[in-house]
Design a protein around this ligand. Structure first.
Ligand SMILES: [Zn+2]
Length: 506
């Protein structure tokens, strides 16, 4: 089907949209939604095709493995850099197939050809020679020789799908564009915290604070001394609080949003300053000076106690896969231990890069564990513990606490220079986002992510207030009062985005 529209019309109030491109993307979208008949009908009515005859031909030739007559016509009308990638991927597939059928001579012949006229430099193609050299190591136990026809067909389909993205349009392009527009509106709404509150039918302006934690809903007074740490369970149905009255209390969140005392966990002989929920919320760890206790949540039964007389246990965390737990010791004898549930073994983790790291942090959906020292954080993949392959973040001030986002993509680092840094764990760890306004100089203050898609950060503060930032801005959007002493810790309910708990010395 030919496109007869030689003068493409521009659409949109500012004329920014090419009608031709838009119609193509609508056809792609209809196909991805399964409305194939509508897509065909639209192509017929508009005389615009999403696919092109050269691409259809290329697809047929690749799927049939007809490499000898492979047309290069499709490579003429695309950008030079994209054409080079298309060529590279196609040549690589051809060489893999040559090697699989034992035809190394043809593979080598292709490698000797000069593709520079088509924009592909010889030095880019040279690494493909590795496929021929290492054919016994690629693709499973027996190398490429073990690959059957079914796998080859699958590889060809993958290649076509990759080329389609490069030559025609990225996958689900229209859907991505629309979502970007919605995301931009959401990002400009300071208090946006309610799911399903953005519609395609109208512009989203401002949510207001109706669904945002700004007012005190309830004051929990069952502890008889300072509360040092609180944490909502992963399912948002419980809150655990550790106090210097030596107790941990588990609170249950009712349907109406009220919290009631469910049970007291007694047994520590010193303040409880850290708690950690297991990824499935059935177990709870509580940390005292030399003691780590391991509880069953449903019954309140103490499962076991770990003693570490020679050091102070400073923090604890679960392996993201629930296979074990890890705890750090602070003080002069800093070190970290791993406990594995399957064989009930303790392992002391040293690692030459971070022998002094005693504090630990992790999150249920991450695949790494953080250790931190006075001003350094080490990020270690769970599968590589003790292998000295940590990635490192160095801070200029003393670190007081670290919190990992639920999805494991970001870290909050609290510093005693009145700054909170947020690092992108998937990035290059060059520069953090900085948040300021709260007071922190003397005590350990804990912060957390929270709200819809973890778009907010909350923190305790030494000026007895709770600070909340939208992650887009370094200045707080809310400063909540109500406490009369240092706010040590905050925890945002992961399911009820309007619910934030704060714990204080008062
Ligand atoms: Zn909003």
């Amino acid at each position: 089907m030919e496109n007869n529209d030689n003068q493409p019309m521009r659409l949109g109030p500012k004329g920014l949209i090419s009608k031709q491109e838009l119609v193509k993307l609508i056809i792609q979208c209809l196909n991805s939604l399964g409305y194939d008949a509508s897509a065909i009908s639209l192509e017929s009515q508009s005389h615009i095709s999403y696919r092109t005859p050269p691409f259809d031909l290329l697809e047929r030739q690749i799927l049939l493995g007809d490499w000898e007559s492979l047309t290069l016509a499709v490579f003429q009308d695309i950008r030079d850099d994209i054409r080079a990638i298309v060529l590279f991927l196609t040549i690589r597939q051809f060489i893999v197939e040559c090697v699989i059928r034992g035809d190394d001579a043809t593979a080598l012949g292709i490698l000797r050809k000069d593709f520079s006229a088509l924009g592909l430099r010889q030095d880019r193609i040279a690494p493909i020679a590795y496929i021929i050299i290492a054919k016994n190591k690629i693709g499973g136990p027996g190398g490429l020789g073990d690959i059957d026809d079914g796998v080859i067909v699958e590889m060809r389909r993958d290649l076509v799908s990759r080329l389609e993205e490069l030559i025609l349009a990225p996958n689900r392009r229209l859907e991505c564009l629309v979502e970007k527009a919605l995301d931009a509106q959401r990002s400009s709404c300071t208090y946006h915290n309610l799911e399903d509150s953005i519609s395609l039918y109208e512009d989203h302006h401002s949510c207001g604070k109706v669904y945002f934690p700004t007012e005190t809903l309830q004051i929990l007074t069952h502890h008889t001394d300072e509360v040092w740490y609180i944490q909502f369970s992963n399912n948002g149905e419980y809150l655990a609080s550790g106090s210097s009255d030596f107790q941990t209390i588990i609170w249950q969140v009712w349907e109406n949003g009220n919290l009631i005392l469910r049970q007291r966990l007694r047994g520590h002989q010193s303040p409880v300053y850290f708690v950690s929920w297991s990824p499935d919320d059935t177990k709870l760890l509580t940390c005292g000076y030399h003691v780590l206790k391991f509880w069953e949540v449903n019954t309140g039964r103490l499962i076991c106690t770990f003693l570490e007389q020679s050091a102070i246990l400073s923090s604890c965390a679960w392996f993201p896969n629930s296979e074990g737990l890890i705890f750090g010791c602070s003080g002069p004898n800093r070190r970290k231990h791993m406990y594995k549930f399957d064989d009930k073994s303790f392992i002391e983790l040293s690692g030459s890069d971070n022998p002094m790291a005693g504090n630990v942090a992790t999150a249920s959906n991450s695949n790494f564990i953080c250790f931190f020292t006075r001003n350094e954080i080490f990020i270690q993949d769970v599968g590589k513990l003790g292998m000295n392959t940590e990635r490192k973040i160095t801070e200029n001030s003393e670190i007081t606490s670290v919190c990992v986002s639920k999805d494991g993509n970001h870290l909050i680092v609290n510093l005693n220079n009145q700054e909170i840094h947020v690092w992108d764990t998937a990035g290059k760890l060059v520069k953090p986002l900085v948040y300021q306004g709260h007071k922190q100089a003397r005590f350990v203050i804990h912060s957390c992510f929270g709200g819809l898609d973890s778009m907010f950060i909350a923190s305790g503060s030494e000026d007895s207030q709770v600070y909340i930032w939208n992650r887009q801005s370094s200045k707080p959007i809310e400063i909540l009062s109500g406490h009369s002493m240092v706010v040590n810790c905050v925890s945002w309910n992961p399911k009820r985005h309007y619910m934030l708990a704060s714990a204080s010395d008062d």
